[in-house]
Design a protein around this ligand. Structure first.
Ligand SMILES: C[S@@+](CC[C@H](N)C(=O)[O-])C[C@H]1O[C@@H](n2cnc3c(N)ncnc32)[C@H](O)[C@@H]1O
Length: 281
């Protein structure tokens, strides 16, 4: 039943999907508002209500804080570094970093959903002008109805501009050519010693066995790429670990470190649902 509903949901357009979520979650949103006497906040920034979060499930703030810890502990993020957030969404990763990053030009984020970028500008950049957000008018099967091809996109930043970048739950919604392009572009804008943390669904034999029949079953396989939905290809996408490593090395990354997530029955409780791949320049 859950799979049928999810499949029907994916067949709606991106805007309609956002409105359906808002309507269905209205009672939850009202409860949150009542319980907190308004919107919950972090570092003075109003957080989106559950019905407004079109970028994935789970606790918005808790997940952001968990990744803040991953950025520091796995990738060695320091307060004085300049960072890039690829697919910045509603600022789930940005908000917990507002009380950590100290540079005047600390943070750049870009996303394909214009209203999400505008919201981040309003709620985050206004009180924290060292956080900048840019709209990239690109097409994505799941998030945007039209736009340019992501596989041709040149990031709007100079070479060697950043110390650290991340793409959380973004390559899980992009096709192989797009991911290959983004790995190249991220490497181009990374300084010597730079790191890149990206989440993936990595499909190996254990993941294939444990995902069969479950809510995260990748039923469609084409040219070495796995999809959950044949119609909406960006609904969820999985790659083999070998393919991701080959793409990363071809893009010029010198080291590739994998931490398996919970979706395939691995990873400890503190690791993410998705698999984490840490690349070093
Ligand atoms: C599941 S959400 C994750 C958002 C955010 N990274 C987070 O962890 O909360 C996926 C995000 O990727 C964005 N996105 C999709 N295709 C993209 C592309 N080609 N370039 C940049 N962002 C993209 C979507 O608009 C959406 O905000």
């Amino acid at each position: 039943m859950k799979k049928v509903l999810r499949s029907a949901f994916y067949r709606l357009g991106p805007q309609s999907r956002r409105w359906v979520r808002r309507a269905l979650m209205l009672p939850v949103d009202l409860l949150v508002l009542l319980r907190h006497g308004g919107r919950p906040r972090y570092a003075g920034i109003a957080l989106p209500l559950p019905g407004e979060v079109f970028t994935g499930g789970g606790d918005f703030l808790a997940n952001g804080l968990l990744f803040k810890a991953h950025f520091m502990e796995l990738a060695g993020l320091r307060p004085d570094e300049r960072v890039l957030d690829i697919g910045s969404g509603l600022g789930r990763m940005a908000i917990p970093l507002t009380d950590y990053l100290t540079r005047r030009d600390a943070y750049e984020g870009f996303d394909v959903v214009q209203e999400a970028v505008n919201r981040c500008k309003e709620l985050i950049s206004r009180p924290y002008p060292n956080f900048s957000f840019t709209w990239a008018p690109l097409h994505n099967d799941l998030y945007t109805a039209d736009g340019a091809r992501a596989e041709d996109f040149r990031f709007p930043y100079a070479d060697a501009d950043f110390d650290f970048a991340w793409a959380t739950s973004v390559f899980t919604h992009m096709d192989r050519n797009e991911v290959a392009r983004y790995l190249l572009e991220t490497r181009r804008v990374m300084r010597p010693g730079g790191r890149f943390l990206a989440t993936f669904f990595l499909m190996d034999s254990q993941a294939e066995a444990s995902s069969q029949g479950g809510p995260y079953a990748f039923k469609v396989q084409r040219d070495g790429v796995w999809f959950m939905d044949a119609e909406v290809r960006a609904a969820n996408v999985a790659f083999s670990p070998e393919d991701v490593e080959a793409m990363a090395r071809a893009a010029g990354w010198s080291s590739v470190e994998v931490h398996f997530g919970r979706w395939s029955g691995r990873g400890g409780p503190t690791l993410d649902f998705q698999d984490l791949v840490l690349l070093r320049a």
